[in-house]
Design a protein around this ligand. Structure first.
Ligand SMILES: C[S@@+](CC[C@H](N)C(=O)[O-])C[C@H]1O[C@@H](n2cnc3c(N)ncnc32)[C@H](O)[C@@H]1O
Length: 216
């Protein structure tokens, strides 16, 4: 494991949600019928953006997050039960051949790329045969990449990885081809290289994201 986990407790500062109400990403919604079973693992579940809806639809969700505050908000907003585990996702052991869907939405980019790739390899290995993976990560078009290149608190490392000197945390940015290469042994269901305005929280701002859904 390289560096500290990023501490989101400061961001989830109130009892209110940081992001909008739970909502199933259209990318997942579109392909839900491809799932053969009901077991879902959400790595970096946060407030349960997708997972709360999935649990209300009858899916059995296990959610892992480092932030106690996020898990508290998730629990308070969920009418059905989700198994919530407080852990660094780099320490979490994924049970093999259990999950029909493993997702990690907007989380893996808060790690050193080596750690992110290690987790992706583990997801690929442990996912059930014919299971789906959904991963959404910062792309190289994400505006914070340029910001970090020009900020003295960030050290630019190779392969679009950044070290934040003041707290020893890492972040990584991915290209569409990089994600396709990582999943070259999966069947691509959908890959979206998105650049869009985020009006869900704070001042409107842009994000660059690669959203990948693939089948084992
Ligand atoms: C941007 S939020 C996304 C939350 C949720 N997946 C969603 O789409 O709304 C990122 C989440 O990842 C969690 N996180 C970041 N690094 C982590 C780590 N190393 N281990 C566990 N959780 C982590 C944060 O605590 C935060 O809740």
């Amino acid at each position: 494991m390289i560096g500290n986990p990023i501490n989101f407790d400061k961001k989830y500062f109130s009892k209110n949600r940081l992001w909008n109400k739970p909502n199933l990403d259209i990318h997942i919604k579109r392909y839900l019928k491809l799932l053969k079973g009901k077991n879902v693992l959400d790595l970096g579940i946060g407030e349960g953006h997708n997972s709360i809806v999935l649990s209300e639809l009858g899916y059995h969700v296990i959610g892992v997050d480092y932030s106690k505050k996020a898990l508290e908000i998730c629990k308070n907003n969920c009418s059905n039960s989700i198994d919530l585990i407080q852990s660094d996702i780099r320490d979490y052991t994924i049970q093999a051949n259990k999950y029909d869907l493993i997702m990690s939405r907007n989380t893996l980019h808060f790690l050193h790329k080596k750690d992110a790739l290690h987790i992706i390899d583990d997801i690929k290995l442990k996912l059930k045969e014919n299971g789906l993976v959904y991963i959404s990560v910062f792309s190289t078009d994400e505006p914070t990449l340029q910001f970090k290149r020009n900020h003295s608190d960030f050290k630019t490392l190779e392969n679009n990885v950044f070290l934040r000197l003041s707290n020893n945390t890492y972040s990584s940015y991915f290209s569409k081809n990089e994600i396709l290469k990582i999943f070259s042994d999966f069947t691509t269901i959908s890959i979206i290289d998105e650049y869009s305005l985020d009006i869900e929280h704070g001042k409107p701002h842009y994000h660059g994201l690669i959203k990948y859904i693939g089948k084992k």
